[in-house]
Design a binder for this molecule. Structure first.
Ligand code: DP6
Length: 359
C-alpha cells in the first residue's frame, strides 16, 4: 500500500449541498508515539485503547461553491472558533491530493467535545478523526459507489493521520495500532488499524479513570514536542524500546498477563516524560500532584495486590487504568485517596470504547 492508492478516480459530478455528522472518540496510548518524520510518519509503532466517553461530535455542512482557495469556518459549540482554523487549513492542504473536491465547496465545521475544553484533554485526536469521517462520507456520496466499509475506514484513518498522528488511532476500536511492525499483521505507517488478534478477557471493558490534575493550554504543543526528538541524544534507543514493547504487548494481550502489562504501560508513560525532560529545550509536564497520584497508586498496588496502573499523555493529567473486575475497590480508592489531588476533584470515569459512530 502506498499514498497514491488513496488518490481517487476522477469525480463525475459533485453533490450540491448537505451535511454529515460523526462522533469520534479520543484514545489513550499504551505504547506511545513520540517522534515523527516526513509527512506525519511515526518513528515507532504505537498502540492505544479507544475511549468511550471522551469524544468529539462534528457536523460538516457543505455547499457547492468553486474557488481557488479553501473556504471554511469552524464553530466550537455554536461559536466561531478562529483559533482552530490554521490547523484545519494545514490539514486541508495536506489532504487535498486525496480529496480533490475540497476547493469546490464552502464548509461550515461545527464541533463539540464531550469533555470540558479546560480539562487538558487534547481534542485533536477525536476532532481530526471526526472531521476525516465526515469528509469520507462526502467523498462516498460524490462517488455514488458502494464504498466498502474497510476502504472507507482505512482512508478515514489515513486522512486523520495527516491532521494529527494520534487521530489515526481514533477511527476504530477498542484497540488500535499505528506504525508498521512485524508482530502486527497489516500494520502500517500510513494509517491506524484495529488490533487484529483476539485479546484476553482480562482486558475486556478495561477502565480508564482520567484524573484532571491541571487544566488548559499545553506547555508544549505536540508538534513542538515531536520535533524535539530530532537530534535527541536518546531518540534512537527510545524508538527501539517502543518497538520492542509492541512485540511484548502482543503476547501480553493474548495471555492476559497483567503484571507485565503494568510494567510496559507505566514504563512507556515515564519514558515519554523522560524524553521531554532530556530534550533541548527541556520540559517537565508533570505537576507535584501527578507525582503524588503515582506514588499513591504504587503504594496501593503494593498493599493490596491490585492491578491498577497509570499512564500519562504529554501533560499533567493521570490516566488510571484497571480491569473491570476491580472496579469497585479501585474506584473507592480513587475517590478516597486520589481525587484530593485533582483540580476541583474533577475526573472522567471512562472505559474502552468501540470507535466512531455516524449520527
Ligand atoms: C503524547 O498526535 O498530538 O499523545 O501528530 O503532532 O498532532 P501530532 O501529535 P499528536 O501526539 C500525541 C502524542 C502522545 C502519545 C500518543 O498518543 O501516542
Amino acid at each position: 500500500m502506498s499514498e497514491s492508492s488513496f488518490i481517487p478516480e476522477t469525480y463525475k459530478d459533485l453533490a450540491e449541498e448537505g451535511n454529515f455528522h460523526w462522533q469520534a472518540p479520543s484514545n489513550i496510548a499504551l505504547v506511545k508515539y513520540w517522534g515523527k518524520h516526513g509527512e506525519q510518519l511515526p518513528r515507532n509503532t504505537s498502540i492505544s485503547f479507544t475511549l468511550n466517553k471522551c469524544f468529539t461530535e462534528t457536523k460538516l455542512q457543505f455547499e457547492r461553491k468553486d474557488s481557488s482557495n479553501f473556504q471554511f469556518e469552524v464553530f466550537l459549540e455554536g461559536k466561531r472558533e478562529k483559533a482552530f482554523e490554521p490547523k484545519i487549513l494545514q490539514f486541508f492542504k495536506r489532504i487535498e491530493t486525496y480529496l480533490p473536491f475540497l476547493k469546490n465547496y464552502q464548509f461550515a465545521i461545527h464541533t463539540a467535545n464531550s469533555f470540558p475544553h479546560s480539562s487538558g484533554i487534547a481534542s485533536s485526536a477525536s476532532g481530526m478523526s471526526a472531521l476525516s469521517l465526515c469528509l469520507m462520507s462526502l467523498e462516498k456520496a460524490i462517488l455514488k459507489n458502494d464504498m466498502d466499509d474497510s476502504i472507507f475506514n482505512r482512508k478515514a484513518s489515513f486522512l486523520a493521520r495527516l491532521g494529527s498522528g494520534s487521530a489515526c488511532r481514533s477511527t476504530g476500536g477498542p484497540l488500535m495500532v499505528w506504525g508498521e511492525h512485524p508482530a502486527v499483521k497489516n500494520s502500517s505507517d500510513l494509517l491506524g488499524v484495529e488490533y487484529p488478534y483476539s485479546v484476553h478477557k482480562n482486558f475486556s471493558n478495561y477502565r480508564d479513570c482520567i484524573l484532571l490534575v491541571d487544566k488548559g493550554e499545553k506547555q508544549v504543543s505536540s508538534s513542538v514536542g515531536h520535533n524535539l526528538m530530532h537530534n535527541h541524544p536518546y531518540a534512537q534507543k527510545r524508538f527501539e524500546f517502543a518497538n520492542s514493547n509492541i512485540g511484548r504487548m502482543v503476547n501480553i494481550l493474548a495471555d492476559g498477563d497483567l503484571p507485565a502489562f503494568i510494567e510496559i504501560v507505566e514504563s512507556e508513560a515515564l519514558q515519554l516524560h523522560a524524553m521531554m525532560m532530556t530534550s533541548l529545550p527541556y520540559f517537565i509536564l508533570m505537576k507535584p500532584n501527578s507525582l503524588e497520584i503515582i506514588n499513591r497508586i504504587w503504594q496501593f498496588r503494593q498493599d493490596t495486590g491490585s492491578s491498577l496502573c497509570f499512564t500519562l499523555d504529554a501533560g499533567a493529567n493521570v490516566h488510571v487504568l484497571y480491569p473491570e473486575s476491580e472496579e469497585e475497590t479501585t474506584f473507592n480508592f480513587i475517590k478516597s485517596e486520589l481525587l484530593q489531588f485533582c483540580r476541583n476533584r474533577e475526573y472522567i470515569a471512562d472505559r474502552l470504547g468501540a470507535g466512531p459512530v455516524q449520527l
